[in-house]
Every structure is written in structure tokens, then in C-alpha cells.
Design a protein around this ligand. Structure first.
Ligand SMILES: *Cc1c(COP(=O)(O)O)cnc(C)c1O
Length: 416
């Protein structure tokens, strides 16, 4: 067969997929949109640490170089928490390695059932369903609504996992980001609607006004689906997420979905909803039925993670996180250069650079000084809004933020 590195040009005609493939890659490279992975070695060696002083998950080694990580979603630093690591080890002893089957066969273990029960109590919803990832959960949610003939009304900036599932659907309408007046116009126009939005938008760090949204949903007999991937664990009383932060009860959110991969420090996701809806997913969702369930030790570790999040330690971590975020925002207003700090009160702090090329130069500069930030380009964000996505976590300390600010200052002064 032809080697793609050195293709035999003469044998590849215009319609051949390999011709298209190379064209696509070239255009990504030309537009500075070509993505490459980095090999990241977390500096949290957990074998030797004591519970009181666990290592910072905010330090990583990349290409042999130590960096402060401002690109992760490990908001509470729990990816290196010794109690969670102990629970994972215990979980392996109790349940073994993999589950060996999907949930409808023999993959729904005692550990999964206990975790669903815990989340059910926490949210007060009739039923909870665990999925292997937030991506899968959103696919399942969107496809279920499409298959039931609902009209989907979505914030324009909802996560790719929702946008992607719309691919074969027809009945969906998007409104301008967080603009509830525009959302209301769609609610007036269509019946049998479900609204999809996020607690905290992943690339902007902002939130919809949930109280207002809930009243709209009630007024038009709509149905509210909230993806709180970045809010759950990270904000609100006991880490109960964006509804709690905004004084909205879980009972006002028809379907609450959150990932267990961000503030919770592990992986997976859950959907909390009424019993009928969860039963429908269990019976129809391809994402759920045709995928081996996550290992039971993950569910076991998540129970420990949630107890930390919902307890005193979680409160202390969130307080520390808020203090660091406030400090960053206060100082970042004085940064030079033509950058825009978005009005986010969460630990996602985007700085809009605009131009892809300038963003990449700044990103390279920051890396050379030991600072790792997300460099987010279109199509992940709208054209012309390429940005640094800085995420602050409870694993950072004040010195880390000071260093970040100084390095940003140097970067913006030297790259104009
Ligand atoms: C990360 C994310 C997801 C996907 O969750 P995974 O568990 O990483 O698959 C879904 N929605 C939003 C808003 C996210 O930020």
C-alpha cells in the first residue's frame, strides 16, 4: 500500500480520499490550526506523600522542562489527592481491573450502583445514570431529544459534544450566546422544546442567568438541560455547581448533566433526571448500551472524591481557588497589549488575542518561560477570537499566579 508520507502522486486522483486528506491537512497547517499533542508528565508522584501535604497537580514536565500548568480542568487539584488514590487501590482490590461488559450485561457493579445512589441523594433527582464520558453523555442527551421529536433550542456556544450530535438532526435552533431574549423568541415560535445550555461555558468562563432561564422554561412549558461540566464540584455550596451558586434548586433543572473528569479529578459523567427519562436512555442510548462500562474502581474512587468535594476540605479548596481567581483578575486588568480579559468570575480566565499567529507566538513564549496555557483557536472558538485559556486551580499558589502575570506581561510587551 501507499505510504502516506511519500504518496505516489500519480496514482492519487482528485476524488481519492487521500488527495482530500492531504489537502485538508495542508489547509489546517496554512491556517495555523494544525493540532499536535504534547507528552505531559504530571509531577505528582504520589507514592511517598503524606495526606496533609499532597503534591501539586499544577506542575508538569514537558520535553524535560518543568512547567506550571494553567491548562488543566483539575479545578480542585484532586487528580493527585492521596485519599482518592488510596480509594482507587482499594477499589481494585474489591472489584478487580475492568468490568468486562457493558452496563446492561454485567458491567453495572455495586460500585456503580453506590455512586449513582450518592448522586441521586445529592441532586434529589429520581434517577441518575453514569456514562463513560461527558462527550458520550451529551451525545446521548441530544440524540434522545431528537428521537423523541423535540425542538432543540441551544446556546450557540454549547460544547462540541452537543453540536456534533446535532449533525443528522433537523429540529434545532441556536440563540446568541447567553442572550435569553433571543432564546425567548425561539420559545415563542416553537412548541415541544428543550433548551440546552451550560452552567459555565468552557471557552468563556461565563454563565447564563439560571433564575431567568428557569422562569422562561416554566412560562413556555419547555424542558431545561444543563451541562455543568465546569461548575459541578468547582462552585456552589458543597460544590453543588452552578445552580447552587445562583440560588437555583436542582428540582428546577429538568436534566442535570456533569462530568466527573474535571473538578472530580477522575473520569466519566452522570445524568440526573426523572425516572422515565433515565429509563429511556438505558433502553435506547447507543452510547450507554454498546460501550463497556468504566472500571468499578473508578466509581469507588469517585465516591471518595465526591465526599471530599461536598465536605469541609472541598469548601477550603474552593475558597482558595476563589482567592487566586480574584487576585488574577484584579492584576490582569493592568496587562499591556491589546488583549481582552473576558468577564468571567470562574476559574476559567480567557484572554482574547484575536489573531492565530500572535496567539501561537505568545503561547511559545510562555512555554519557553515555563508557563503552560491553553492556546484555543477556531473552530473551537469563533473566528477572530483566538485566545489564551487560563485555568486556575486550587493546586496553584499565589506565587504561581504572580509568575503567570509577570510572564504574560513580558509576552504581551515583546510580541505585538
Ligand atoms: C469537557 C466537557 C465535556 C466532555 O466531558 P468529558 O468527560 O471530557 O468527555 C462536555 N461538556 C462540556 C461543557 C465540557 O467542558
Amino acid at each position: 500500500m501507499t505510504n502516506l508520507e511519500t504518496p505516489d502522486i500519480k496514482n492519487i486522483e482528485n476524488g481519492d480520499f487521500r488527495y482530500l486528506l492531504r489537502g485538508q491537512l495542508k489547509s489546517l497547517k496554512d491556517n495555523l490550526q494544525f493540532r499536535k499533542r504534547i507528552v505531559c508528565d504530571p509531577l505528582c508522584k504520589t507514592d511517598t506523600v503524606e495526606i496533609e501535604r499532597y503534591p501539586s497537580s499544577a506542575k508538569v514536565i514537558i520535553d524535560g522542562r518543568k512547567m506550571i500548568n494553567f491548562a488543566s480542568n483539575d479545578y480542585l487539584g484532586l487528580t493527585s489527592h492521596p485519599l482518592i488514590i488510596e480509594a482507587l487501590k482499594e477499589g481494585i482490590k474489591l472489584y478487580g481491573a475492568g468490568t468486562g461488559a457493558s452496563a446492561l450485561v454485567t458491567g453495572h457493579t455495586t460500585a456503580h450502583a453506590k455512586l449513582e445512589e450518592y448522586l441521586k441523594e445529592l441532586t434529589g433527582k429520581e434517577k441518575v445514570l453514569l456514562l463513560n464520558s461527558g462527550f458520550a453523555a451529551n451525545q446521548a442527551l441530544i440524540k434522545a431529544h431528537l428521537s423523541l421529536g423535540a425542538n432543540l433550542i441551544l446556546d450557540r456556544l454549547v460544547h462540541a459534544s452537543m453540536q456534533q450530535a446535532l449533525f443528522n438532526g433537523k429540529n434545532f435552533y441556536r440563540y446568541e450566546h447567553n442572550n435569553l431574549k433571543k432564546a425567548e423568541r425561539l420559545l415563542q415560535k416553537y412548541e415541544n422544546t428543550s433548551i440546552f445550555t451550560e452552567g459555565v461555558f468552557s471557552m468563556d468562563g461565563d454563565s447564563p442567568d439560571l433564575q431567568q432561564l428557569v422562569s422562561l422554561v416554566r412560562k413556555y412549558h419547555s424542558y431545561l438541560v444543563l451541562d455543568d461540566a465546569h461548575g459541578f464540584g468547582a462552585c456552589g455550596i458543597s460544590g453543588q455547581g452552578t445552580p447552587a451558586k445562583q440560588g437555583v434548586s436542582f428540582s428546577d433543572i429538568d436534566i442535570y448533566m456533569a462530568t466527573l473528569s474535571k473538578a472530580c479529578g477522575l473520569c466519566g459523567a452522570f445524568i440526573a433526571a426523572d425516572g422515565d427519562f433515565i429509563d429511556y436512555l438505558v433502553n435506547t442510548s447507543k452510547e450507554y448500551i454498546y460501550s463497556t462500562s468504566a472500571p468499578a474502581y473508578i466509581a469507588h474512587g469517585l465516591l471518595t472524591s465526591l465526599k471530599i468535594i461536598n465536605g469541609e476540605e472541598g469548601n477550603a479548596l474552593r475558597k482558595h481557588l476563589n482567592e487566586l481567581t480574584d487576585y488574577f483578575r484584579k492584576e490582569a486588568r493592568n496587562l499591556p497589549g491589546n488583549v481582552i480579559l473576558l468577564p468571567s468570575s470562574t476559574s476559567i480566565q480567557p484572554l482574547i488575542i484575536g489573531d492565530n499567529k500572535r496567539l501561537m507566538e505568545i503561547s511559545v513564549f510562555l512555554k519557553s518561560k515555563g508557563i503552560l496555557c491553553g492556546a484555543i483557536r477556531p473552530p473551537t472558538v469563533p473566528a477572530g477570537t483566538a485566545r489564551l485559556r487560563i485555568t486556575i486551580t486550587a493546586a496553584h499558589d499565589r506565587n504561581d499566579i504572580t509568575r503567570l502575570l509577570q510572564t504574560l506581561n513580558d509576552a504581551f510587551n515583546s510580541i505585538t
